[in-house]
Design a protein around this ligand. Structure first.
Ligand code: FPP
Length: 263
């Protein structure tokens, strides 16, 4: 199945395979968060309309899903539309809202074949019905799959998520479900949209921008950050493997001194 996909997409299977096998021997990130940036610039450099970059970016989603699955990553969360993206020109927003249908309509059989489970985080309110319908259909059709979770962040904002979680906790305190003193990290995390996922170990942002843009503010507390100049439509399997390789070189200490030379 995987062979067929790599052949169809003209990927040099042998070198990718070797690298995947090598990387799997060391720790692979369980959850990779990705800020897919640079679609507009990719299009501009080709004198194409910005939306052509978004369309091309969907091929990168397919490549990334495939290689993350091959590596045994548990989940990838893709920042597809932020709460701030509504400020873009109306035509671009309308185009972006149609992308889930465009992508999932043709891609769903492949996702099912690859045992991928589609999920979404973000505020449903405000998203057009047709956008939600396409995503909900994909979620429903893949809910039995137990391979990679392909999690789309749509109309998502980290601060809004934290406020919502805080309100949910406050309501439970007011209702007497638990006391203020009982509030700890694990209780708070139960109110986040990612409550069923491990925190991302790795954040990748393409296109040379070096900021978080309100993405997974709580969840990325201990993630390794990798920023690459490559524009999202140009991001390949090899770039993803490069990022994982770099992740494996990092010395993750979670605030302790383990691995540090003792003085
Ligand atoms: C950032 O590039 C990209 C986005 C805001 C949208 C990305 C969305 C997709 C690739 C498809 C989403 C698909 C589904 C199914 C939800 P940019 O426009 O900010 O690029 P620029 O910084 O070069 O202008």
């Amino acid at each position: 199945m995987i062979d067929k996909w790599f052949r169809k997409n003209k990927v040099d299977r042998s070198s990718i395979d070797d690298r995947v096998n090598e990387l799997k021997k060391r720790g692979v990130p369980a959850h990779v968060a990705i800020i897919m940036d640079g679609n507009g610039r990719w299009a501009k450099r080709r004198a194409l309309p910005r939306v052509a970059g978004h369309r091309e970016g969907m091929n990168t989603i397919k490549r990334t899903t495939k290689i993350a699955s091959a590596l045994g990553v548990e989940a990838i969360t893709l920042y597809a539309f932020s709460t701030e993206n509504w400020k873009r020109p109306r035509k671009e927003v309308e185009f972006l809202m149609k992308l889930p249908k465009e992508l999932l309509h043709t891609y769903l059989p492949e996702l099912i074949e690859q045992n991928v489970r589609v999920e979404m985080i973000g505020h449903r309110e405000g998203l057009p019905a047709h956008t939600l319908e396409s995503i909900d259909y994909a979620i429903e059709q893949t809910k039995q799959n137990d391979g990679l979770i392909l999690n789309f962040a749509m109309n998502y904002g980290g601060r809004a998520e934290l406020l919502e979680a805080t309100k949910a906790v406050a309501k439970k305190v007011a209702a007497g479900d638990y006391s203020v003193d009982a509030i700890d990290e694990s209780l708070f995390e139960r109110e986040l949209m990612t409550t069923h996922l491990p925190d991302p170990d790795l954040l990748i942002r393409t296109s040379g921008e070096v900021r978080l843009s309100n993405f997974l503010l709580w969840q990325l507390a201990y993630a390794e950050f990798i920023f690459t100049d490559v524009l999202w439509p140009d991001f390949t399997e090899a770039h993803f493997l490069d990022a994982v390789e770099e992740f494996q070189r990092r010395d993750r200490r979670f605030g302790s001194v383990e691995g540090k030379a003792h003085i």
